[in-house]
Ligand binder design. Sequence first.
Ligand SMILES: *Cc1c(COP(=O)(O)O)cnc(C)c1O
Length: 317
Amino acid sequence: MATTPSPNTTTSALDAGLIWLDGQLVPQEQATVSVLTHALHYGTSVFEGIRAYETERGPAVFRLREHSQRLLDSAKILGMKPTMTVEEIDQAILETIRANRRKSCYIRPLLWYGPESLGVSPARNLLHFMVATLPWGVYLGEEAVTKGAKLITSSWRRSSGDIMPTKSKAGGNYVNSVLAKEEALENGYEEALLLDKEGFVAEGTGENVFFLKNGTLYAIAHSVNLRGITRDTIVQLARDMGTLVENTMATRDELYTADEVFMTGTAAEVTPVASIDRRPIGPGVAGPYALAMRERYLQVVSGKLPAYDRWLTYVGG
Ligand SMILES: *Cc1c(COP(=O)(O)O)cnc(C)c1O
């Protein structure tokens, strides 16, 4: 039998430095959990993905409050009862960034049930909270951004809201994303397009989907997809730029004939789509609207457009 080195003794490929764990900053090597952790067995965790960007006034977290609030909402959906307030989550995140002297980073807060019981009911399990900050670049690769990503419609569907809590950014939900992502990568694509049970476009594995047709920007409506904070940002930016924006349900073939398709997420930022199921979208390269929107988004998050300063929390310190 193949043995794997103990996860606690190997050096991690990730460089998280100091991690916030239940109220204290501890070195990454000491931020460990029991193998009997409830969340490890049953997926009972909720998380966030947040980014801090370099600005002229030092690092700033993009839409921090909305992310902290969504973490609490995700926890509420799972019936978790965190004792922390949204302000305390904000502060833990800011302190972790300061302690690691990050100029820019990806931020991963996580709430999960501990090892007190392995019963399905987590009633006796204690809730834990951690924040890790990681140096991180372009999610789908520089090439996917400039050339446009190649998507494939996944053979995995997004669960309905009566099967999984689709509005919660829950660890357990991500088994579905992992399966879809692996299937896409193994077949030579960069990302999966997931449909819902009825065959309507839901989202990517961790991104919301937009398409442009005859000058109107269509945002895939909220159904079984996550309420993306980047999606909300892009809708507002597009309207401010004078684009007509509509929320819509769409089938996969409507995307095939769109002028442009792009995906949004904290990790993916704005990623243009070049093809879906080997059909070129528009001319089959990153579209001009998506690239312009990506530029605009990167200006907003890095504090270059004062009109959107309300979305930035300067780390200071
Ligand atoms: C996190 C996530 C998104 C994107 O949300 P943002 O708030 O824009 O980062 C979209 N879909 C799923 C399933 C996600 O988990």
